[in-house]
Every structure is written in C-alpha cells, then in structure tokens.
Ligand binder design. Structure first.
Ligand SMILES: [Cu+2]
Length: 173
C-alpha cells in the first residue's frame, strides 16, 4: 500500500489545489480593456428594481457592460451629469453617458479612463432607488457629491454604496 505522498494521483490533486489557491491569493494584474458586467433586473411586477453589483471598483481602462437581465422591464444606465439634466456626480472632465432604453437582453458598454467616482441611475426607476456607483482607481473615501444630494430623490441618495466599502470589497451587491 502506497503512502499518499507516493500516489501519483494524490500528488496531481495536491498540485491542482495549490495552483488554485495561488490564483485566488495573488492580486490579479491590471488588464486594460477588460469588461465587467453590471446586471439590470427587478421583480416580475417591477415593485423592486436594481443594478447588480450596485457598487464596483475599476482600474483605469476597464469597461462596464450593463446588461438588462430583466424579463419585462426596460432600464437605462444614465450618468449624473448636466448633459442628462442632472447635477454633476462624476469627474468633471470625463464623458457622460446615457444608454437610452434597453430592452430585456440588450446591453450597453462604457470605457472608464478617468479616475474618480461615477454615480449613475436608471431613468424610469431613479425614484425607486435604482442607482449605482463606480469607482475608478484611487478615490477619496469621503462622501462625494454630498452638495447635490438635495436635488436627488431620497431613495437614490440612499442607494449609493460608500466609496470606502467599494474600495475595500471591490464590488457591492
Ligand atoms: Cu430601471
């Protein structure tokens, strides 16, 4: 009877396990051009709607693809920016976006190059608190854009995850 260390199958398993562990522990290298997904969804009646994750940390050069995973609701991804009729809640020099209405299954992609905090919302569901926050690179963990909170529905203000939590976890569902 062979000891586990001399069993070739056992050693193979140990090798695979060690490799997986290493991949999970080492920080991933920065990959410009990588696309991360944010789902748009809700309950069948539309009584609750959300972006998932609603908080996401990116490196400059990464992209986000919003995908409407809902079965019966249209959604948008729309930046808080004067161009979209809203106060500025994103880096001043960065280009605003508005996906317009996405039907179930449709998607919309934005590349994020400028570091900072980006707040966005869903046009038909802002009052229901369907908002999200993207942090690109290093950002000040203080409450950003607090001066414009009074111009937003209270459910929207309540929906933004803390910058500090996004920086710590990488994503907030
Ligand atoms: Cu929506």
């Amino acid at each position: 009877m062979s000891t586990p260390a001399h069993d070739p199958r056992r050693r193979l398993l140990l090798g695979a396990g060690g490799g997986l562990l290493l991949a999970a522990v080492l920080p991933r290298p920065a990959v410009a051009g990588e696309i991360l997904e944010i789902g748009m969804s809700g309950t069948p009646t539309g009584s609750e709607v959300w972006f998932r994750p609603r908080g996401l940390l990116l490196r400059p050069g990464q992209s986000v693809r919003w995908v409407n995973r809902d079965t019966g609701n249209v959604h948008t991804s729309t930046a808080y920016h004067p161009a979209n009729g809203k106060p500025l809640r994103m880096p001043a020099g960065a280009k605003p976006w508005n996906s317009d209405y996405l039907l179930p299954g449709q998607s919309f992609t934005v590349v994020f190059d400028t570091p900072g905090v980006y707040d966005y919302f869903c046009l038909p569901h802002e009052h229901a608190g369907m908002v999200g926050r993207i942090v690109v690179g290093d950002a000040d963990a203080a409450r950003p854009y607090a001066g414009t909170n009074a111009q937003l529905p209270s459910a929207a203000v309540a929906g933004f995850p803390d910058v500090a939590t996004i920086l710590k976890r990488g994503r907030v569902d």
